[in-house]
Ligand binder design. Structure first.
Ligand SMILES: N[C@@H](CCC(=O)N[C@@H](CS)C(=O)NCC(=O)O)C(=O)O
Length: 343
């Protein structure tokens, strides 16, 4: 009897121990404040989204999401430690507590949101999956992609969409899978595959790395919905709110016409919404446990959504993704970006 009770309590202790190892504790904001930096999981290199230059400096729309959270919590957008992660590893690393947030062109899906103990906090880029082929192949529609080799990355939504699309259209293909985007792109570029498939933003980004970008064409079809956005652990409501509202603030600032350049001149405004955003009225930081200048710091140091978009992926960047007519435009200008009121 004594022995079996011992075993029973022993296994409970073991279970609790295992649980504590896999589920990181709440209080991420307190951890971050203590460490003095936000540990942010990013990609291993997707220009425009998260990419390090030769000197190791990271930039991109996803990197700016990490910077916004650091500006909100620590008052300094530079206080970010970037951790490059493969598509396959990203969720486990977040769950284990090795990073504070994941900002890595990650698609918000039901199974990821509800099945992994994680929380998707919003969408910073609305995307969809596409195909790139060599112009020389003279294919102008995905419907003609029969009996092709397709380079693809493992651990992505891309794999399943690929399977669904070819099945639904009764087309045959052979997947050639990689864990690193660079390897998948290099293999396609070297002619090992007829097609490379990923999110269309990823196609625009990876194309810049090909030997002769002009020799390739992105087919017109968009075969899926890929709302990309930051992710946090599911056991920390305060941290989720901080990440979500850091994104909303950038969208709201653009809607109100507040940018990193004019924010200081906006201090004399009579508009109560702008006053609240700048921390001159109300106490928007209080419920998040932040100072009242949290939103000011984001806008001043990182910019509004429009600035972030144009700087990283917009028409004047190598990705050249025109914003007008895309979903990544404000709701008031025909897009679907809509931030709840910051009040
Ligand atoms: N949005 C998709 C795909 C994301 C993804 O991992 N895409 C690749 C191709 S652009 C990538 O980012 N690779 C970068 C890397 O391997 O670090 C997902 O969440 O599964």
């Amino acid at each position: 009897m004594k022995n079996s009770m011992f075993k029973f309590f022993g296994s409970i202790a073991l279970f609790a121990f295992l649980l504590s190892g896999t589920v990181a504790k709440a209080g991420t904001k307190e951890d971050v404040t203590k460490k003095g930096s936000v540990s942010c999981g990013v990609s291993q290199g997707v220009p425009g989204f998260s990419n390090a230059d030769a000197s190791g400096k990271w930039s991109g729309i996803d990197v700016d999401m990490c910077r916004a959270v650091a500006a909100a919590v620590l008052g300094d957008s530079n206080k970010v430690k970037y951790q490059p992660l493969s598509a396959k590893d990203r969720f486990e690393v977040l769950k284990s507590g090795q990073i504070d947030m994941l900002s890595r062109n990650t698609t918000w899906t039901l199974s990821r949101d509800a099945g992994l103990g994680l929380e998707f906090v919003g969408t910073n880029f609305y995307d969809g999956q596409g195909f790139i082929v060599r112009k020389a192949a003279k294919v102008n529609t995905a419907k003609k992609l029969n009996n092709v080799k397709v380079c693809v990355e493992t651990g992505t939504t891309t794999e399943l969409n690929l399977r669904d699309y070819f099945k639904a259209n009764k087309l045959k293909y052979e997947a050639v899978s990689f864990t690193k985007a660079d390897e998948a792109v290099a293999a396609y570029d070297a002619g090992r595959c007829d097609v490379y498939t990923t999110d269309k933003s990823g196609l625009a980004a990876q194309r810049t790395k090909m030997k002769n970008p002009g020799e390739h064409t992105v087919l017109p079809e968009t075969i899926s919905k890929e709302p990309l956005g930051p992710v946090v652990r599911g056991n920390d409501q305060n941290w989720k709110d901080i990440a979500a509202w850091s994104l909303y603030v950038m969208i709201e600032a653009e809607e109100l016409g507040v940018s990193s350049k004019n924010i200081d001149s906006m201090k004399s405004t009579d508009n109560p919404n702008i006053k609240r955003l700048l921390g001159l009225e109300g106490d928007t930081g209080k419920s998040l446990g932040l100072s009242n200048t949290w939103a000011y710091n984001i806008i001043k140091q990182v910019g509004n959504y429009g600035e972030v978009y144009e700087r990283n992926v917009g028409a004047k960047t190598p990705l050249g993704l025109a914003r007008n007519g895309s979903p990544n435009q404000l709701w008031s200008k025909g897009g679907i970006l809509y931030a709840p009121p910051v009040r």
